[in-house]
Design a protein around this ligand. Structure first.
Ligand code: CP
Ligand code: NVA
Length: 308
């Protein structure tokens, strides 16, 4: 029987120990790179296909550079330039690409399309963001938090904004890594029933609410994201209801003195976060962006079952 494929689709699908190993590998590879030590090239001869149905700066560049640093190569594909854009099915695309490449990373809004791709691919598939989740981002965020503040277990992370893909991956991480996640969203933009049912079923340490001040009070980390995610159409409505959820100096002052501020970027300055906070001493947003590279390398090494 063939070995099970190591798809990286969502944080809550992997055992905490595997996730920990991935993070440890990322930290070790980062340290080696910083020390100008020659890293191993465990992915020599391997090719990653990257499919982008939507724009990307960080995910695209960090996966590409990460593959190169591990000795492999990547091919950049956009949905519109592929036959996928003319109606070829996701399943057939998966079958064909699996004959050429060794892994596939995809950014596609429809989460079911990601699952279909994984079901029909015979190589590992990585979730590079869907409407439902953004697990690669949160692996980098966990790495960043621990770099600045030590183990995340038992700590408190506060989310203020809408319910979106990044929040879902933070929720998955809270359950796997055992930290409290305080969530403040407007009632109209709160997590859906499926997420609420999952929280109940897993007894994940997640507190849902609508009050940003209550969520942030005493937190070790404050996180927000754009008010209008890719695929959202009701921009004006979102701006109106999300105004009270902005992370500004006043809100940030309610968190612990040494709390860090996180944002996956791109940021919409003056909307979900003020310049004062994102450029301030508590902000670690560019470390997060940098750690996308190192976290991605940990994810890639795991997908290929390679010792990095
Ligand atoms: N944070 C993030 O995923 O950024 P990109 O959209 O630039 O990849
Ligand atoms: N929630 C954002 C994240 C971008 C990286 C979006 O989906 O557009």
């Amino acid at each position: 029987m063939s070995k099970a494929l190591r798809h990286f689709l969502d944080i809550n699908e992997l055992p905490p120990k595997e996730l920990r190993n991935m993070l440890a590998a990322s930290v070790a590879m980062k340290a080696k790179l910083k020390a100008h030590e020659k890293g191993k090239k465990p992915l020599e001869g391997k090719t990653l296909a990257m499919i982008f149905e939507r724009p990307s700066t960080r995910t695209r560049v960090s996966f590409d550079v990460g593959m190169r640093q591990l000795g492999g190569e990547s091919i950049m594909l956009t949905g519109a330039e592929m036959q996928l854009g003319r109606g070829e099915t996701i399943a057939d695309t998966a079958r064909v690409l699996s004959r050429y490449v060794d892994a596939i990373m995809i950014r596609i809004l429809n989460h079911d399309a990601l699952l279909e791709l994984a079901a029909h691919a015979t190589v590992p598939v990585i979730n590079g963001l869907t409407r439902r989740s953004h697990p690669c981002q949160v692996m980098a965020d966990l790495m960043t938090f621990e770099e600045h503040r030590g183990p995340i277990e038992g700590r408190t992370v506060a989310w203020t904004g809408d319910d979106n893909n990044v929040l879902a991956s933070w929720a998955h991480a809270a359950e796997r890594f055992k930290f409290t996640l305080n969530v403040a969203t407007p009632p109209q933009l709160a997590p859906n029933k499926a997420m609420k049912d999952w929280i109940k079923a897993t007894q994940a340490p997640i507190v849902l609410g609508n009050d940003p001040e209550a969520a942030v009070r005493g937190a070790d980390c404050v996180v927000t994201d754009t008010w209008v995610s890719m695929g959202d159409k009701d921009g004006e409505h979102r701006h109106n209801v999300l105004k009270p959820y902005q992370v500004n100096a006043k809100l940030m002052s309610l968190a612990k003195k040494d709390a860090v501020f996180m944002h996956c970027l791109p940021a919409h300055r003056g909307e979900e976060v003020t310049d004062e906070v994102i450029d301030g001493p508590q902000s670690v947003v560019f470390d997060e962006a940098e750690n996308r590279l190192h976290a991605q390398k940990g994810i890639l090494a795991w997908c290929f079952d390679a010792v990095a």
